[in-house]
Ligand binder design. Structure first.
Ligand code: NAP
Length: 542
């Protein structure tokens, strides 16, 4: 038996250590400070902002409405912050997060440029030892990971990559000093959401742009626009209703799925509805569509054909248009990149599209890229090749649980969690936005999770609980639930980082059962609320 001791133990350096100072880590620090706890954040980057610190490639911007992607916890913050665009660009988003950090004086507890190498759980002391890359270490009762789901970039392994004499970088590691590629001969490899954003921006002023595409995605118009001050006042007035809408929607967005099925309406009504959605802002065509488009193959085919017609109409050369139509998955079954004149870019004389399934890249040369067809010469190569999603940022830290088991080994073949919040064998470690969690509008979901974790930590402090762990039964139940919720989804058969079949990561198999939770924001909250309101019965607290 373990002697009962208080949660706060001054032999430990901190009560809580948080890894990461992005949207999750900043809010978690703010909330835990309010409990009067000793909290410290370690952040690998040299500034706050997480995703929005790292992804500074030209064209990076929100594709959820700026105001719906922001924090809603502080009325003062909501009142004072004005967004300049419906879908803000990365510099504005970073300014916002820096403002939050300044306003709430968060920086004083954040160690920047402090990547963590390892975290080891000590079951005797019921605490974690956190070891930084530079060898420094500290101890803490609770460890919270706020590491993001798309933080670990993946590069392809192509022969000769090191031999390239020009500049080469991943979209999420864009050099601060290298903001302009004006007039250059540039290659982009990859056409996911990042690729689409960077391609449409670079095409404006590079000398020549060559896009190397493995598989196209179904993209839809973003319809961004400036927000004038009257409009911003109207948006502010709508905040309570808008945040309530996000909280009660399927995926946390401002759009709700239409309760009708595709073939409930006449073809004229259907087309009119789709025309309206295609002309609407942001995720409308994906998240505001008929409820069966992602479960009924016929409905999915119909919406895919509608989008295909739209794409073909925007591209002059039918051969190029054909290359940009996905053939291996239907609309919406992978993440829909939102675009601004993306398809029109391929009408420009300074842009070429290369199908690297037909003419594969053989190697990177000193001067450029050699495909099975020809050698291309470049000044810069941009890798828009995605991320080792969900597990990648955990894998790079040696997280050692009870009995010295490394999380990366445990998760090597199967990532399993309890409510995306905890892992069996890793007591007192809590995850914000962990694997098997909610997808969609992350800040909406992050805020809820941070508040849930804060309540748990408060409960631990009040009840002198020094050990909190998920149970194997809880994990089994969550796996079953994830399976049930994704059953029948057309996404299941499609590879993408969202379904855990991530071809960006060479050599890694399927590691996850239902990478993201397929239920709604409301049902996830309901389940988590039930756990906390019944005294965390489903967890092992002592
Ligand atoms: P991604 O969607 O995974 O796309 C990676 C791209 O690189 C795909 O086109 C992939 O081709 C290609 N690729 C990967 N490995 C390759 C290789 N070895 N050779 C050739 N091509 C290769 O990654 P992402 O575009 O960075 O986007 C990831 C996620 O980040 C998005 O789904 C979204 O959730 C988020 N994101 C959000 C925003 C926003 O909110 N504004 C912006 C950007 C990204 P295949 O398709 O054939 O695998």
């Amino acid at each position: 038996m373990h002697e009962k001791e208080p949660f706060v133990n001054h032999q430990f350096d901190y009560d809580v250590v948080i890894i990461g100072a992005g949207i999750s880590g900043l809010y978690q620090l703010y909330k835990l400070r309010q409990l009067g706890l000793r909290v410290c954040v370690f952040e690998a980057g040299d500034g706050v902002g997480g995703t929005w610190h790292w992804n500074r490639y030209p064209g990076a911007r929100f594709d959820s409405e700026s105001y719906s992607y922001a924090y809603s916890f502080s009325q003062e913050l909501l009142d004072e912050w004005n967004w300049s665009e419906h879908f803000a660009s990365q510099p504005e988003i970073l300014r916002y997060l820096e403002h939050v950090s300044d306003k709430f004086d968060l920086l004083r507890d954040i160690h920047l440029s402090s990547p963590i190498k390892a975290a080891k759980y000590n079951d005797q002391a019921r605490s974690w030892k956190v070891i930084l890359d530079d060898g420094e270490s500290c101890t803490t009762r609770v460890l919270i990971t706020a590491v993001g789901i798309l933080s670990q970039p993946t590069l392809p392994s192509i022969e000769g990559m090191d031999s390239f004499k020009g500049s080469a970088f991943h979209t999420s590691r864009w050099p601060k000093a290298h903001s302009e590629l004006k007039g250059q001969n540039v290659a982009v490899i990859g056409t996911g959401a990042s690729g689409v954003q960077v391609i449409q921006e670079l095409a404006k002023d590079v000398g020549h742009l060559t896009v190397f595409q493995r598989r196209p995605n179904w993209c839809a118009p973003l319809h961004n626009g400036k927000i004038n001050s009257d409009e911003m006042q109207d948006i502010k007035a709508s905040y309570p209703a808008m945040f309530e809408q996000c909280r009660t929607s399927q995926a946390g967005f401002t759009w709700s799925i239409d309760p009708r099925d595709t073939f409930d309406v006449t073809s004229d009504e259907r087309n009119a509805f789709w025309e309206k959605l295609y002309a609407s802002k942001g995720m409308a065509i994906w998240q505001g569509n008929f409820k069966d488009i992602l479960v009924d193959p016929k409905a999915n085919l119909a919406i895919s054909e509608f989008i295909e017609t739209k794409i073909r109409a925007r591209i002059h050369n039918p051969v190029t248009a054909d290359m940009l139509i996905p053939k291996d998955h239907g609309f919406g079954t992978r993440r829909v990149p939102l675009e601004t004149h993306y398809y029109e870019v391929y009408n420009q004389p300074n842009v070429d599209l290369i199908n690297i399934v037909e003419t594969p890249i053989i190697r990177i040369t000193g001067d450029g890229i050699l495909t099975s067809n020809q050698e291309f010469i470049f000044d810069t190569i941009v890798y828009a090749t995605g991320f080792d999603a969900l597990g990648g940022s955990f894998d790079k830290i040696d997280i050692e649980g009870t009995g010295g088991a490394l999380l990366k080994d445990k998760w090597n073949t199967k990532m399993e969690t309890y409510l995306a919040l905890q892992v069996f064998g890793y007591p007192n470690m809590l995850m914000i936005n962990g694997p098997q969690g909610l997808g969609g509008n992350h800040p909406v979901n992050i805020q809820y999770t941070v508040e849930w974790i804060t309540d748990l930590v408060k409960h631990m402090t009040e009840q002198d609980i020094t050990r909190a762990e998920a149970t194997p039964e809880g994990i089994e139940g969550w796996n079953r639930h994830i399976n049930d919720k994704s059953s029948g989804s057309l996404m299941n058969g499609v590879d993408s980082w969202m379904t855990g079949v991530n071809k960006n990561v060479e050599g890694k198999g399927i590691r996850i059962l239902g990478a993201r939770y397929g239920g709604s924001v409301q049902s996830y909250r309901g389940l988590c609320d039930e756990v906390s309101s019944n005294g965390y019965e489903a967890m092992n607290l002592s």
